[in-house]
Design a protein. Structure first.
Length: 347
């Protein structure tokens, strides 16, 4: 390809033919160096490598995938990239995939199932080898797309009996139930659960159900769940405002259990500014983010296996792509971490 020809094709660099010509080999030899270098003599491999470096050649993996039937891509969609909530899951997933030579591409759905469906339609045009989704709530169009297309799909951050394909996570209902019981055992009785919207988020819905069940089992009338309506605004300021609203509406509340550590940290900071003693007013969170470990007092929270979820999702994908049998459902569990933002429960 001449300089003029390349100038008319913006975004295209050197071709495999140009690498082959510069190295004095065939295109097949260049391809073999890229895919199976152990099958090429050291001298030939060195000439081709020098030509690649000289021309700045980048292999077109998509073109190669047309014959191989694979793209080398795995797509993951998370609800938000605005904070570290899903970062550990993506890191664990990426670690496993990169070890196998697969690339990870990531999108954010902003907690909206319609956006998720549009993203999936766009991603499927690139023929990914597999997809990783967050949660179990999707549009009927999304479910139909994924089942028709037939790529391996792993849903994460929840467990369920009817996944699209495979699922790995933990029970949000059990986790919220366990934290509520922990607060009750610490002597709190007027516990308010601060949640996100649950229309398109079964994780939020299941956490509310866990809180309500624990209160009812203790024979205590549960207080109304306080819903933060803009779930995309997961910021400390949102938690601070929720604290002020709850204190205004339910002044005798003695503990707030937040669906996110980010909210809970904002509430702790607001308590400090207002002279509210913590843990006299108990503050608990969910997720075990780093911010909750360094705030004072340190945040009592639910630890969820975020990185292990990602790693396990990657392992399930690799097993499926290799044609190996694998369990389609994997429940990992959770841990209640008692710190200083709530009263201590005797061991």
């Amino acid at each position: 390809m001449s300089d003029n020809e390349r100038a008319g094709r913006p975004g295209f660099g050197a071709t495999m033919a140009e690498v082959a010509a510069l190295a004095g080999v065939t295109k097949m030899t260049v391809s073999r160096v890229l895919r199976h270098p152990e099958k090429v003599t050291p001298a030939t491999r060195a000439r081709v490598s020098e030509a690649i470096a000289s021309l700045g050649y980048v292999p077109n993996r998509l073109a190669g995938s047309l014959t191989a039937g694979v793209s080398g891509l795995v797509a993951a969609i998370v609800p938000t990239l605005r904070h570290s909530l899903f970062a550990d899951t993506l890191e664990g997933l990426g670690d496993v995939l990169s070890e196998a030579g697969l690339d990870l591409i990531v999108s954010s759905s902003s907690y909206r199932t319609d956006i998720e469906e549009n993203q999936i339609r766009s991603i499927l045009e690139r023929r990914p080898d597999a997809m990783v989704l967050t949660g179990l709530t999707h549009t009927s169009g999304t479910r139909d797309l994924l089942r028709t297309f037939g790529v391996p799909v792993v849903e994460t951050w929840e467990t369920g009996d009817e996944p699209v394909d495979m699922v790995v996570g933990y029970s949000n209902r059990k986790a919220a139930h366990a934290m509520t019981v922990h607060l009750l055992n610490a002597g709190y009785r007027r516990i308010v659960f601060v949640n996100g919207p649950s229309d398109n988020n079964e994780r939020a819905r299941h956490r509310a159900e866990g809180y309500l069940a624990a209160m009812q089992e203790a024979g205590i009338a549960p207080l109304p769940v306080h819903v933060v309506h803009d779930e995309g605004a997961i910021r400390p300021e949102t938690g601070a405002q929720a604290l002020r609203t709850v204190r205004s509406e339910i002044p005798d509340a003695d503990a707030l259990f937040f669906t996110s550590d980010v909210f809970a940290v904002g509430a702790i900071l607001a308590c400090r500014e207002s002279g509210i003693a913590v843990p006299d007013l108990g503050i608990a969170g969910f997720h075990d983010l780093e911010i909750g470990r360094v705030v004072f007092p340190a945040l009592t929270t639910v630890h969820v296996p975020a990185m292990e979820m990602g790693r396990r999702a990657g392992e399930m994908i690799l097993a499926r792509l290799s044609g190996n049998d694998i369990a389609t459902r994997d429940e990992l569990g959770f841990t209640i971490l008692q710190r200083d933002s709530t009263r201590r429960v005797a061991a």
